[in-house]
Design a protein around this ligand. Structure first.
Ligand code: GLC
Length: 442
């Protein structure tokens, strides 16, 4: 009897594990375009660009009154909004997807929502749905569509929080459920109208998963579109992690992750903020992210008339030059070698037989890879094709510690930003991760 019970338990556990394995395989498949994409463009566009102030937070934190903040509705013209040009520029940058703030914490919808009058069609001189033509332009350029949606809505009469100092109510389940229904209906509207490839949620911090009904929300969205990707900011019910601003130092445990980052210090357009990172800094951060197997979601903040500031266009164009030249070392790559083998980020081709080295400095001598067990077939400069000479030194015949692989990189092959070197290996990359060996016989 006991044996039978044990057998049944074992069978059930196996079945359960098999199911879990299958769902991981399914997730891997569903997430594949995202994993391969490497670069996305985040777009914070909203009425906050009129005064050039912090998106939503400026009134929440009391830097401006709610009335004055909302007065910006009158200046949001979108007269020079050319979504096809946006999409072409995004494509030129080398990004494979874009995420547009359809609704930020201020509750102003950029599309013609039927569920609230607080939208740019009804309340601003723009007077039209701004999301539809953008989605169309992205699709035309074969870019994936991401919709940013703030779960919390500081303008909604049934959302408990209004500003940092003022709450509308606490503990009123009727009003809270009204709000949840509004959120649900707006999400369904977005899902049906735009069929986005990705929803980028934000603002889950006020409540827990149970209060937000996060499980039900993600279930409903996946029902609406089984292929949809959801970011993590839904209290643990999303598909991938979203570290913000700070580049991870160690490789994140989640196999799917995306660093979102501003070009200057603001998400939305702020004419006063000229603290831009240089294209060089951005590309170096990008290679760091690629080396750890992640994506970069780089933000732009268009002006109220729909133009993209010159500094941002310049960054996107230089990024585009670099990604185009180095596309084989960007798209579809996977995380590289663990730290300690090369002085800089590295990535691998999907089959692990090509090792990409990202060189962000001018070497004073040959560059070095340590602890690589594989023999090398060929080494070349990505985007140029120049073959490079290499030499293995210090390989003791009695030791299993691999030799030092030195690669000559002449100055004339260097890129203005980050040079990429491809090392074609015999077989998939294997590294030595131990602390050396002493001689036992010679
Ligand atoms: C933060 C901010 C928000 C911004 C977002 C982008 O969550 O609240 O203003 O849109 O980061 O990741």
């Amino acid at each position: 009897m006991k044996k039978k019970l044990l057998a049944i338990i074992l069978l059930l556990t196996n079945l359960f594990m098999l199911q879990a394995q299958e769902s991981l395989a399914e997730k891997t498949k569903r997430m594949q375009w995202f994993k391969d994409a490497k670069l996305g463009i985040f777009i914070h566009w909203g009425i906050y660009s009129v005064n050039g102030i912090d998106e939503s937070w400026s009134f929440y934190n009391g830097y401006i009154s709610y009335e004055d903040y909302m007065d910006q509705l009158n200046g949001f013209t979108a007269v020079n909004y050319h979504p096809e040009e946006w999409a072409e520029l995004i494509k030129e940058s080398g990004a494979k997807y874009a995420v547009l703030t359809a609704k930020h914490h201020d509750g102003v919808a950029l599309w013609d929502t039927k569920l609230s009058d607080l939208n740019v069609v009804k309340k601003t001189p723009a007077g039209r749905d701004l999301v539809t033509p953008f989605v169309k332009a992205l699709r035309k350029n074969r870019l994936k569509v991401g919709i940013y949606f703030s779960q919390l809505d500081w303008s909604h009469p049934d959302y408990p929080h209004f500003t940092r100092k003022e709450n509308r109510y606490s503990n009123d389940s009727l009003r809270w459920n009204n709000f949840l229904k509004f959120r649900h209906d707006q999400l369904m509207e977005l899902c049906k109208k735009f069929k986005p490839d990705l929803f980028w949620f934000d603002g889950d911090w006020d409540y827990n998963a149970e209060q937000w009904k996060s499980k039900e929300m993600s279930r409903d969205l996946r029902k609406c579109d089984p292929k949809v990707i959801l970011n993590s900011r839904i209290n643990g019910y999303g598909d991938y992690s979203t570290p913000e601003q700070g580049v991870p130092i160690t490789k994140p445990a989640d196999p799917w992750w995306e660093l979102c980052m501003t070009m200057n210090d603001s998400w939305g357009y702020q004419g006063n903020d000229h603290n831009y990172k240089t294209p060089n800094q951005i590309i170096r951060i990008f290679t760091d992210v690629i080396g750890m197997g992640g994506n970069l979601l780089l933000d732009i903040g268009p002006k109220a008339d729909g133009t993209i500031p010159d500094e941002q266009v310049a960054v996107l164009k230089e990024l585009g030059r670099w990604t185009k030249k180095h596309s084989e070392a960007v798209y579809g790559t996977v995380a590289g070698l663990p730290p300690g083998h090369f002085n800089g980020p590295t990535a691998l081709s999907k089959d692990h037989t090509i090792l990409y080295l990202y060189l962000d400095n001018i070497p004073k001598g040959p560059v070095l890879i340590k602890g690589l067990k594989n023999e090398v077939n060929r080494i070349w400069v990505v985007g140029k094709g120049t073959k490079l000479d290499w030499k293995v030194m210090m390989k003791a015949y009695w030791s299993s510690v691999p030799g030092l692989l030195y690669i000559d990189v002449p100055e004339e092959v260097l890129d203005e930003q980050v040079t990429v070197i491809a090392v074609l290996l015999k077989g998939p990359a294997e590294v030595y991760r131990k602390d050396g060996q002493v001689i036992e016989s010679n």
